[in-house]
Ligand binder design. Sequence first.
Ligand code: NAP
Length: 223
Amino acid sequence: MTKKALVIGASGLVGSSLSRLLFDDETYDKIHILVRKSTNWIHDKLVEHVIDFEQLPFSSGIFQVDSIFCCLGTTINKAKTKEAFYRVDHDYVLDAGKLTAENNAKFLVISSMGANPKSMFFYSRVKGEMEQDLQKLKLPSLHIFRPSLLLGDRSEFRLSERLAAPFSRWFLKGPLKKYKPNQAQSVAQAMIHVSKEETLGFHIYDSTQIEKIAKRTEVTPKS
Ligand SMILES: NC(=O)c1ccc[n+]([C@@H]2O[C@H](COP(=O)([O-])OP(=O)(O)OC[C@H]3O[C@@H](n4cnc5c(N)ncnc54)[C@H](OP(=O)(O)O)[C@@H]3O)[C@@H](O)[C@H]2O)c1
């Protein structure tokens, strides 16, 4: 039986990679995407929903799918204020989690390495609070992915990602392995792989687990 997916934040680095993989995956026959401006993508399986994310709590109908992939996120640079950052990386994700709970779907969400509600770093604290509040929703199947720095083909310039890329091979072994950057595509592959398993309950995947799962992923090619 085929499944239906919803990708929130489909225009982002991971979200766009994930959407492309889903288009080619026979397990999924309908890919809904939730974005704030049109991607102008064209695909038989694609159903695009352009919304103002402040209206997210009123979008329940869109959440009537099997798997919800939440790839939302911003940066302090883009958001400008801590409040605006929190709104996207915590509140919008929680809104999506609540609608997922109403619809009994599987929720797969990207957090970050170091997520911790008690962290002294704002970014890690927000991610930690987001995870903690999602857990309180008692979703039937909640999967949190905590990648390290993400690498991929990003049009916008991000200094940390540009600096880290050439050094990433140094983190191949030993205790530093978990700091090795993750390719955005590996995160997307791991999320899709997990979405197809019949696993219930709450699960966290760190950067090394993400790579392991991504390696054993076989996207079912189109016939
Ligand atoms: N970058 C890293 O190194 C890194 C490391 C660890 C974890 N993460 C986390 O991984 C996740 C995915 O990262 P990414 O690099 O793929 O993100 P990204 O490329 O910045 O994409 C983020 C997505 O969120 C959407 N978004 C941002 N602000 C929004 C708003 N106000 N309203 C509606 N949508 C909004 C973007 O839409 P638009 O295209 O319209 O802006 C885009 O679809 C994020 O949660 C991030 O914090 C990132």
